[in-house]
Structures are given as C-alpha cells and as structure tokens.
Design a protein around this ligand. Structure first.
Ligand code: 6PG
Length: 250
C-alpha cells in the first residue's frame, strides 16, 4: 500500500454545511466514475445528516442509483435490525428509499456462526474481493471511489482502536475486533487500513466541540489510528468550527 501523505483540511460553519459539502463530494466521486461506483459508508452520529440529505430530491435526482454500490467500513456486531447497527442507520436514513437492494452490501452479523466476528469478517472479505475481481489490491485500481470516516474520542477510526491488533493488520482485508475501546461495547468487524486506503478519496467528518481535544492530539501528530488512515488518492478532513482546536493553524 502506498498511502499518500497529503491531507487536505476543509473547515465549514456547522454540521449542516458539513453534510452539504460531504454530499457534493459523494456526487462528484460518483460522477467521476463512468462505470460501477463503490462508496464505503461509516457509522457513528456524524454522517447521519449527510445520509438524510442524500435522500432529499435535490441529491436523490443527481445520483445514478443503479450503478452505485454501498459498503460499510465497520460494523458493531449486533443484528442487522438493531438500532446500534451502522448499516441499519444508513438504510433507515437513505439506502432503503433510494438504492436497489442488491447494491447494498452490509457486513453480515447474523451468520451461520453467530457470535463470531471473525467469521463475519471473512465473509465480508470474500464479498469485497468478489466485487473487486481480485484478492490483491492494486494501487492503480482503487476498490472504492469514496470512503467515509469518523473519528472517536480516543483517536479511533472505523473500528481500528489505539493499541488494538487490527490497526497493524496488513494481509487481511477485514478483521474481527473482540473488544471495543468506547461505547457501544460490543465486538466489531472492521476493514483494515490497506483496504480503507484503496480509494480515490477518504473523507473524514468531524463535528462538535467534544472533538476538539482529540483533534488537538491528532494535529500534534500523535500516532493514533485516525492519523494512520490515509487514502492512496486524496485524504480530506472536513471539520466544523466547533471542532477546531484553539491553536489550529496558528
Ligand atoms: C462506529 C464508527 C466509528 C465512528 C467514530 C465517530 O461504529 O462507531 O464507525 O468509527 O465513526 O466513533 O463517531 P461519531 O460520528 O458518533 O462521533
């Protein structure tokens, strides 16, 4: 994996402006691909406004739904209809109303072997490899057009937690995470850094004053998962004014 060291930081006024800016990135990345496009969604609360915006007529009419496929970067190991399930949140917010069912690719959490996030990870890895048409990632042919990400209070991103084994995984595409660092304390399944990196753009959304402390640490270049997640293409951090640390840029 040759991750790109450049990171672009965009600041916006508030969460509404963040959702609108992110929506333009989604539309632009889909528009830049004439064929089958792949978007990797994220969980948490930050992307919800973006998802709801994509379902409004203004955006819905600009997305060629038939040729866009929707994946998820990490999942809480709970049933598909549990409100804590990340794909369930995205389905309710927009996918179920807009996307063909066969274009929605959830991480299976109700597998033949329930209670085993590793098995679930192996199944999703197969699904991603079958979509990609190979089991080795090629920098010249990214898996995703866009990967959405969030940042947790401990500097985690996707379900890659500081000090966990998953962050150093380079062979597997998807792994099980037995223990989460932050709530909800359920096992997780997460795409690994090389898989998330295989994209034309990785777009982080970080909003609210409760994110200031972790952004201060990240901008001080602390070795935390959110600082290690980079696209082989463009990496963009979208932050709202409330999240910006006091000494940012000065
Ligand atoms: C999850 C996520 C996680 C999230 C961050 C930020 O399953 O919780 O995918 O990585 O993106 O924790 O979450 P917020 O957007 O809620 O701050």
């Amino acid at each position: 994996m040759a991750a790109n060291d450049n990171r672009e930081v965009i600041t916006v006024a508030d969460p509404a402006a963040m959702a609108a800016t992110a929506a333009e990135h989604v539309v632009a990345r889909i528009g830049a691909n004439d064929g089958r496009a792949a978007i990797c969604l994220t969980g948490g609360s930050s992307p919800k406004q973006l998802y709801e915006l994509l379902a409004t007529e203004a955006y819905r009419s600009r997305i060629p739904w038939q040729r866009v496929h929707w994946f998820i970067g990490d999942e809480r190991f709970v049933p598909a209809d549990d409100p804590l399930n990340n794909m369930s949140m995205a389905r309710t917010a927009f996918l179920d109303r807009c996307a063909p069912a066969e274009n929605i690719h959830p991480i299976p959490t109700a597998t033949a072997d329930p209670g085993d996030p590793d098995r679930s990870a192996a199944l999703y890895e197969k699904e991603l490899q079958s979509f990609y048409g190979a089991d080795t990632l090629d920098d010249a042919r990214p898996l995703f057009d866009l990967v959405l990400m969030g940042i947790g209070p401990d500097g985690h991103t996707a379900s890659l937690f500081p000090g966990g084994r998953a962050i150093d995984e380079t062979a597997r595409w998807v792994v099980g995470v037995p223990k989460a660092n932050v709530a909800p304390f359920v096992p997780r399944v997460t795409l690994t850094l090389p898989t998330l990196a295989s994209c034309r753009e990785m777009l982080f959304q970080v909003a609210g004053k409760e994110k200031r402390a972790i952004l201060t640490r990240l901008f001080a270049a602390e070795n935390l998962p959110a600082n290690r997640a980079r696209s082989t293409g463009d990496t963009v951090w979208l932050m709202d004014l409330a999240a910006i640390p006091e000494n940012f840029g000065g």
